[in-house]
Design a protein around this ligand. Structure first.
Ligand code: NAP
Length: 276
């Protein structure tokens, strides 16, 4: 998706994947900086570790406590830090600037794919791992009215709830399942990834008739049992491919300063993930 996006923008750049042992992350970032890389993406577990390793943190990375995008920057003639992509010759001093594009991608996916207005809405969020925590905090920041949190390990949901109560006390937050209707069920658990996985709740706890929209962060398989049942129940449904797409598109915009060619990137991603 990134290579397709870069080619469409006319850039002679390449996006490559490297497996880095977390113990070597600092060296890997320093090496990329020495080689005048334009930037990096990082995934689990490097996102959390990198917070302590970059020279500068954007407010997005500070708020969500994770860095999934690094932009290398140099000082221009008037002493301003600018993206390396703007320099013809490699500058003398280069710094690493950490961003987080995951949280914005969740909101873009929910509002564009499911046509949801998050402000004032009622949401059931399943999962309080890395993705669930970011989603919960971002939904609270977007002004959801009522948020129900459920996680297999209850203490993790409690920890996320404590963070939200401190930062966004106006959100009506509950642990457990809603009795009435909600606007969205958001699955941020990994239940659904494996063949034979069922829906991530018991019929006695919650019914899909209680919601009008379901987003599953899982994108492989394209249709989890949850999305299949939600579609059959008449809900608007979408899978996590758009979340992956939008976090990548935002990263490309951070590196290039240009609008990402979203449909070209979407097609490349679909081809890579689903072979079509
Ligand atoms: P994580 O930190 O490992 O968290 C996993 C979550 O799933 C935890 O809440 C965990 O509960 C729960 N879980 C695991 N197995 C379960 C089971 N059998 N029954 C009920 N709950 C179970 O992983 P993550 O990074 O947050 O990712 C969560 C999901 O989001 C994954 O499916 C991942 O593929 C997806 N994701 C998608 C994107 C995207 O771009 N679309 C990005 C990030 C993540 P416990 O706390 O009790 O273990």
């Amino acid at each position: 998706m990134q290579n397709a996006g870069m080619a469409a923008l006319g850039l002679n750049w390449r996006y490559l994947a490297f497996e880095v042992d977390p113990r070597n992350l600092g060296h890997a970032i320093a090496g990329a900086r020495s080689m005048n890389y334009v930037g990096l993406n990082l995934t689990v577990p490097h996102k959390l570790l990198a917070v302590e390793m970059v020279d500068e943190l954007d407010s997005s990375a500070r708020t969500w406590g994770a860095v999934n995008t690094i932009r290398f920057e140099g000082r221009n003639g008037v002493g301003e830090w600018r993206p390396l992509s703007e320099f013809k010759d490699a500058p003398e001093n280069v710094r690493s600037h950490g961003f987080n594009t995951d949280a914005d991608a969740i909101v873009r996916a929910l509002t564009e794919d499911l046509k949801l207005t998050l402000q004032g809405s009622r949401v059931l969020l399943l999962g309080a791992g890395g993705a669930g925590r970011t989603a919960a905090l971002k939904l609270a920041a977007e002004g959801v009215n009522e948020l129900w949190l459920v996680n297999r390990t209850v203490s993790k949901a409690e920890a996320v709830a404590a963070e939200i109560r401190k930062l966004w006390p106006a959100v009506n937050l509950k642990l457990g399942y809603p009795k009435g209707s909600v606007d969205l069920v958001l699955n941020a658990t990994s239940l659904g990834l494996k063949p034979g996985d069922g829906v991530p709740f018991q019929a006695a706890d919650f019914s899909l008739r209680q919601t009008s929209a379901v987003y599953d962060m899982i994108y492989r398989p394209a249709e989890t049992a949850l999305l299949q049942e939600a579609g059959a129940a008449g809900c608007r449904v979408a899978n996590g491919l758009s979340m992956l797409l939008y976090q990548g598109a935002k990263a490309l915009e951070i590196w290039t300063g240009k609008i990402a060619p979203i449909e070209i990137m979407r097609q490349a991603l679909q081809k890579h993930v689903y072979g079509q």
